[in-house]
Ligand binder design. Structure first.
Ligand code: SAH
Length: 215
């Protein structure tokens, strides 16, 4: 039997804290959320390893460090309304639910969305709403958002995301080609768009109207 809490504590120490993640709320959330429950049973022994894992439908749960880096970049204090594009396994959604007031998440693949919804509900995350739709449109009716996180690689910064940010709001998005991207933090200010490059990354494709074309 694997000691999951112990594996999780080790993951947070070696992959998150030692690599420079400082936000105590990100660290606390990653210590708490049982990541192994977000992958199928056969992969649970690898859930705390330093890499992404398949979640079915050719999609992946992101590497723990990438989740931490992106979440820290959102600068959440607890009262925010946030939007996630790409619910996938629901793991990043759970981290956000720990750290913000309300989490809206959009997933285009029905089977993934349904599984994530059920798991999050079973774990007691009642401040989450998941919609099955093309998330490149954002979720205008629920905006504006204090932070938006896109967990799939985009060809561009799609206009709906920027439009749905509140002033001071942050958009965390991987932008590049379908193979490698750079992670950007876009901040909406009174003076316009502020853009910061947070480094290289590798995500599955954001597929939709303002993303890549589907297969
Ligand atoms: N945050 C997820 C990562 C999942 S991988 C996790 O922690 O598990 C990226 C996800 O984005 C996939 O599930 C994929 O289906 C989804 N996706 C891709 N394009 C999308 C779009 N236009 N709208 C919504 N979801 C999309």
């Amino acid at each position: 039997m694997i000691d999951f809490p112990k594996a999780r504590a080790k993951m947070v120490e070696e992959q998150i804290i030692e690599r420079g993640i400082k936000d105590p709320r990100v660290i606390a959330a990653m210590k708490k959320v049982p990541r192994h429950l977000f992958v199928e049973e056969a992969l649970q022994s690898q859930a705390y390893n330093d890499h992404p894992l398949p979640i079915g439908e050719k999609q992946t749960i992101s590497q723990p460090y990438m989740v931490a880096l992106m979440t820290e970049a959102m600068e959440l204090k607890g009262k925010e309304r946030v939007l996630e594009i790409g619910s996938g396994s629901g793991y990043q959604t759970a981290i956000l639910a720990e750290m913000a007031q309300e989490v809206f998440s959009v997933e285009r693949i029905r089977s993934l969305a349904i599984r994530a919804r059920k798991l999050l509900y079973d774990l007691g995350y009642f401040n989450v709403e998941i919609k099955i739709f093309d998330g490149t449109y954002g979720w205008a009716e629920k905006g504006p958002f204090d932070a938006i996180i896109v967990t799939a690689g985009s060809p561009d910064i799609s206009q709906p995301f920027y439009d749905q940010l509140s002033i001071g709001g942050r958009l965390i998005i991987p932008v590049g080609n379908s193979d490698v991207q750079d992670l950007f933090r876009i901040t909406k200010t009174e003076e316009g768009m502020k853009k910061e490059d947070l480094g290289g990354c590798r995500f599955v494709k954001l597929i939709g109207r303002y993303g890549w074309e589907g297969e």
